[in-house]
Design a protein around this ligand. Structure first.
Ligand code: UD1
Length: 380
């Protein structure tokens, strides 16, 4: 059996690492060989957004690199389809495996199906219901086309059934990203916080506030809905620089940095005494910061999940989420706060009053990748 799996952007790497490991393990133990080809579409190309994760998670170098780079959505998806079509036609795989909800996920699932190749989606069935999110379109199309839909939780199964997906195409496997978290947490725990800060400071030599364990906040922001509009981003920055009374560690995504510069907010952010500006940080560094953070502010779906497993109180800076299992009403660590400062302020103070409470949703047990591969073999 021949499988092509696809990665494109940062959140894909921690999902594909355990899948590759599961194939390697299978090939050591079974007579039925699985041939695997890893394709990197090149959507994320900065060293810190891509290669760092290959190195940290022992992902073998991609067999094929499509080098599509940045661009509008149509450019990214179109260029990926054109390049990936050639790969599928020459490699003739039995399966194309896509993960998550980025543009690579959409482009490669559509390309595979148009060439009559079976497609498996890992992390199927998540729905925010918000079609202004590019990722929601990617999820809907990928799930509509896929032959095998592997879900991270039971709420996702209900979403798929509600859309008319036949039950025999769906399998509940758990959250593959948690396989990586479990594999790497001991290594992350061994890191020293001051080293993480020193190595990742955006502006070398800048004066740091004293960062003590359990008394710092971490933030990530990258969604267009938060960073692309001046009238939204400006009050957020006012709150973050004026009202967060502990060190706020902020690894800055390239999109957020570009927007801060465009809106003339960059100097204010650099001068704020409570902000620790960092470049995009590696997997272990982020896990280490998350483990002892007092509170996390983020618009990333993956971090919402990691906060839930680690128990870090998390303010999700979005109005909806495709990952409701992480919300406090389902027992998780995260609360939706959107980008309204009053709401963020209120929930910030509520979260500070809450103790750390790790939660483990069903099958988030570190063994998801093996179940994914078993499901593909069974469906072949
Ligand atoms: C993508 C994913 C998003 C995911 C996020 C994680 C889609 C639709 N979105 O969004 O779901 O949460 O990755 O990071 O696929 N840039 C660089 N260097 C890079 C990559 C990007 O400088 O290596 C800059 C470019 O100016 C680019 C911008 O960042 O225009 C945005 O990158 P893009 O890949 O379009 O989307 P993300 O916002 O990263």
């Amino acid at each position: 059996m021949k499988i092509i799996s696809v990665v494109g952007a940062r959140p894909n790497f921690m999902k594909i690492a355990p899948f590759i490991r599961a194939i390697e393990k299978h090939n050591r133990q079974s007579a039925v060989h699985v041939e695997h080809i890893l394709v990197h579409t090149g959507q994320h190309y900065d060293h810190q957004m891509s290669q760092t994760f290959f190195d940290a998670l022992n992902i073998p170098p991609a067999d094929i690199h499509l080098e599509v780079g940045s661009g509008t959505h149509a450019e990214q998806v179109g260029n990926t389809m054109i390049a990936f079509e050639k790969v599928v036609m020459s490699e003739k795989p039995d399966w194309v495996v896509v993960v998550g909800d980025v543009n690579a996920t959409l482009a490669c699932s559509v390309t595979a199906k148009k060439l009559h190749v079976k497609c498996c989606h890992i992390e199927a069935g998540l729905r925010s219901g918000d079609l202004t999110m590019p990722e929601e379109i990617n999820r809907l199309v990928t799930d509509r086309l896929s032959d095998l839909l592997l879900t991270p939780d039971t709420l996702s199964i209900e979403n798929l059934k509600g859309e008319g997906v036949p039950g025999e195409k769906i399998e509940f496997v758990g959250n593959i990203m948690i396989d990586t978290l479990e594999e790497q947490r001991a290594k992350a725990a061994g890191l020293k916080i001051e080293e993480v800060l020193k190595e990742n400071l955006l502006i070398q030599g800048s004066v740091l506030p004293a960062v003590e364990e359990e008394h710092y906040a971490v933030m990530t922001l990258h969604r267009p809905s938060n960073v692309d509009h001046r009238e939204i981003f400006t009050p957020l920055i006012d709150f973050l620089t004026g009202e967060v009374e502990m060190p706020l560690l902020w690894p800055i995504h390239p999109r957020a940095r570009k927007q801060l510069e465009i809106f003339g907010l960059w100097d204010k952010v650099v001068a704020a005494p409570n902000l620790v500006l960092m470049r995009p940080i590696g997997y272990h560094d982020m896990l280490r910061l998350n483990m002892n953070a007092r509170i996390f502010l983020t618009d990333s779906g993956g971090l919402q999940e990691e906060c839930t497993v680690l128990g870090t109180p998390c303010l999700t800076m979005r109005w909806n989420t495709e990952r409701p299992i992480t919300l406090s009403e389902h027992g998780g660590a995260s609360v939706l706060v959107g980008n309204n400062v009053e709401r963020i302020r209120e929930e910030y103070h509520n979260a500070l009053a809450k103790p750390r409470k790790p939660v483990r949703p069903e099958l988030w047990d570190g063994k998801t990748a093996e179940r994914c591969l078993a499901a593909i073999i069974k469906a072949s």
